[in-house]
Design a protein. Structure first.
Length: 447
């Protein structure tokens, strides 16, 4: 171990509090930057990519093709979880988090430079697909590290839900930044937004990455990982080991996210295609509504994380799943009302059921894995949901609407996701307020 690694063993209480604060800030800001990159692609997909990279397609087919590329990023996320989970459990949380930020930032910057169909034909879409895959790999490794960097510095068993919820806070921050920047550049008059304006937000990501790197370089490795290194308990192949030891936990973690992730990407990505294409709403109206929804999440995510410390992870989480299953029908009823006020309110409120789950989710999943395999296990379980929920959701929503001509078919899909989440969460263990030191977690893993 280096001297930097060992310092977490000899810190005073005051120094530990400082490190906890720095770790939470670094995780939250870094995560916000990475999600800005990821959501930026989501927002622009529904507004721009179908027109620029699939101009010869029928509008619906073009939208489906654009969202298919969008889904590639989700397929790549378990790949990133496996790669960076391995190194996060081998070389440490801090070094791995720096690498994920670099991968994500460079790929996002490169999207701004991709020529359109008019310039190089289908090759533009192919390059976009490759970059989206790289984006997915980066964000696939980000979540586990940012959550563990915060949670493993927590000094009390009774505040882990609140502390682990702060990296989750980076999601609405990234969503807010992405929508805000797109809203700003969409004020460019005439066809210039489609010609070059949409590229500006992707170029700006390079500046944000520099800020994130500066912050993350200033934090120490977590005491949990430092102790594992000192005790020579580092696994040679952590990703394979966690699959052997805790396969059930990985699978349950993925299915527990169905009601959180699938609706989220319907409410924040598909809504642009549905709102502009079907409801004939203005792009700026939708952007502002999603902006307000993301601001509301600034408060609801950490509050629900805190609530899980008081009431229990599973109780809060399952409550969110039930509300989500019901809200899908209310949401589309309000969207199809024709009232601008009700549409705006539906979009603004849409993330609250999500946040009831997303606040406690980091602790619920991360606590379920033993410390020496935690980065790999939590990342893999979390990111597998992107293949079965997040990635396909906008595609499934578009296909269901095209087939049934009713948004309530999409609401039914959300309800099915909620039922799957309730079953999976009921089968998970709840470590709220309990110690998760290595011995206890290892015993639970083998139970």
């Amino acid at each position: 171990m280096t001297s930097t690694d060992t310092r977490s063993f000899v810190l005073s209480d005051a120094e530990q509090r400082v490190q906890l604060r720095r770790a939470v800030i670094a995780s939250t800001i870094g995560t916000a930057i990475e999600w800005y990159d990821f959501f930026l692609y989501s927002v622009v997909t529904g507004l721009v990519f179908a027109k620029l990279f699939f101009p010869k397609s029928d509008p619906l087919v073009g939208t489906l093709e654009a969202f298919a590329i969008y889904a590639v990023g989700f397929v790549a996320r378990p790949v990133g979880a496996a790669i960076f989970g391995h190194y996060g459990d081998r070389i440490g949380r801090k070094s791995t988090l720096i690498a994920t930020l670099m991968v994500m930032g460079i790929a996002t910057f490169a999207v701004a430079l991709v020529p359109t169909y008019e310039s190089i034909g289908v090759w533009g879409a192919i390059i976009l697909t490759i970059l989206r895959f790289i984006q997915g790999v980066g964000v696939g490794g980000e979540w586990g590290g940012s959550v563990l960097m915060s949670m493993e510095w927590a000094r009390s068993h009774h505040s882990r839900g609140f502390i682990a919820s702060w990296p989750q806070f980076g999601v609405p921050c990234g969503l807010f930044l992405a929508n805000l920047v797109v809203l700003a550049v969409s004020q460019i008059s005439g066809p210039d937004f489609l010609i070059w304006g949409w590229r500006i937000p992707f170029l700006l990501s390079l500046i944000l990455v520099a800020v994130g790197l500066y912050i993350r370089l200033g934090i120490l490795e977590t005491p949990v990982f430092a102790r594992l290194v000192a005790e020579k308990r580092i696994e040679r192949t952590p990703i394979l080991q966690v699959i052997r030891e805790q396969p059930k936990t990985i699978i349950l973690s993925a299915f527990a996210r169905m009601a959180e992730q699938a609706p989220f990407y319907i409410f924040t990505a598909y809504v642009f295609a549905y709102g502009v294409g079907t409801l004939k709403l203005s792009r700026d109206f939708l952007l502002i509504a999603v902006l307000v929804a993301s601001v509301l999440s600034f408060f609801t995510i950490p509050f629900c994380g805190h609530l899980s410390d008081r009431l229990g992870r599973k109780k809060v989480y399952m409550t969110g799943a039930v509300i989500t299953g019901i809200f899908g029908f209310v949401y589309f009823g309000m969207l199809d009302s024709g009232s601008a006020t009700l549409i705006f309110l539906a979009i603004v409120l849409s993330l609250i059921p999500h946040d009831i789950m997303y606040g406690p989710q980091a602790a619920l999943i991360a606590e379920s894995f033993t410390g020496r395999l935690r980065y790999s296990g939590a990342s893999l379980g979390y990111q597998l949901a992107s293949v079965i929920a997040g990635g396909p959701a906008p595609l499934i929503a578009a296909a269901l609407y095209e087939h049934y001509k009713s948004p309530y078919a999409i609401a039914g899909y959300i309800a099915v996701c909620a039922i799957l989440t309730l079953i999976a969460t009921a089968l998970m263990s709840d470590y709220t307020g309990k110690a998760i030191d290595e011995d206890i977690a290892d015993q639970a893993a083998r139970a």
